[in-house]
Design a protein. Structure first.
Length: 261
């Protein structure tokens, strides 16, 4: 069985700041990482790989040279090899464009049985890439997946539909949108990332892909980010009073009521 995970190189969302004066998100000079939701997809794929010696796992990512380090971290989680599509664009919020490039990159590799990706991306959060990718590859799309049991020519998946967990079967190849509740991703150490050799990282240019060479307008922009604004946050302003031990107990109870603890 072959698995390909599509992972995204994103700015660290914990470091993002909103510029009220310019009314824009400041993404300049921010540290980058694997999109957290794609980490769940990688973890799900690695668990399948660890269950059988016959499973191969590759990572595909779009980005410039700065994404190489991120891709190596993804490979260090347990993949065999990573592939970077270079010559991308500055605007990361066009899901159809991303899906076209990912489909082209997957087409350059041996046909996978399963393609996995995070249900959403940490930056765009639109949840469209997986569905668009499945349509471009002309295969079934299952989401949001919280459990998988791959078999010979078929995959059984558990889908979290809110109040209902639904178990479905689909023929392979297919695309799976992995929900973040499925697992807790492993974190590779700095040493593990450093040990990922350069020969485990392959690169494609956009001109290498069939879609770029054979179809006019395939990479034309379909979605453009034209603006954003910060949503107002209303604080509850709860004041906990009393003796230290009583106040601490009330604080803990309040946090439990809010679902924080």
């Amino acid at each position: 069985m072959r698995i390909i995970v599509c992972a995204k190189h994103v700015a660290d969302s914990t470091e993002i700041r909103y510029d009220e004066e310019k009314q824009e998100i400041n993404l300049r000079n921010l540290p980058a990482k694997i999109s957290d939701y794609d980490r769940n997809a990688i973890e799900a794929a690695v668990v399948v790989k660890e269950s059988s010696a016959d499973v191969g796992l590759d990572i595909v990512m779009v980005g410039g040279e700065a994404a190489v380090k991120t891709l190596k971290e993804a490979v260090a989680m347990g993949a065999d090899k990573g592939y970077l599509v270079e010559g991308g664009w500055e605007d990361p919020f066009d899901p159809l464009r991303s899906a076209r490039v990912l489909a082209g990159a997957i087409g350059e590799l041996d046909e996978p049985d399963l393609v996995m990706c995070g249900l959403v991306s940490e930056d765009g959060y639109n949840g469209l890439v997986g569905a668009a990718l499945a349509q471009l590859l002309e295969v079934p799309y299952l989401a949001p997946v919280v459990g998988i049991d791959p078999g010979e020519g078929v995959v059984t998946a558990t889908l979290d539909l809110g109040d209902v967990l639904r178990t479905v079967k689909a023929p392979t190849p297919c695309v799976l949108g992995i929900d973040s509740s499925m697992n807790v991703p492993r974190l590779p150490t700095v040493l593990q990332v450093m040990k990922v050799r350069s020969d485990r990282i392959g690169k494609f240019g956009l001109s290498d892909l069939v879609l770029a060479a054979g179809a006019q307008g395939e990479l034309a922009r379909s979605v453009e980010l034209v603006g954003c604004e910060s949503a107002a946050v209303q604080r509850k302003g709860i004041v906990v009073e009393g003796a230290l031990n009583v106040a601490a107990a009330r604080l803990v109870a309040s946090l439990k009521d809010e679902g924080v603890l």
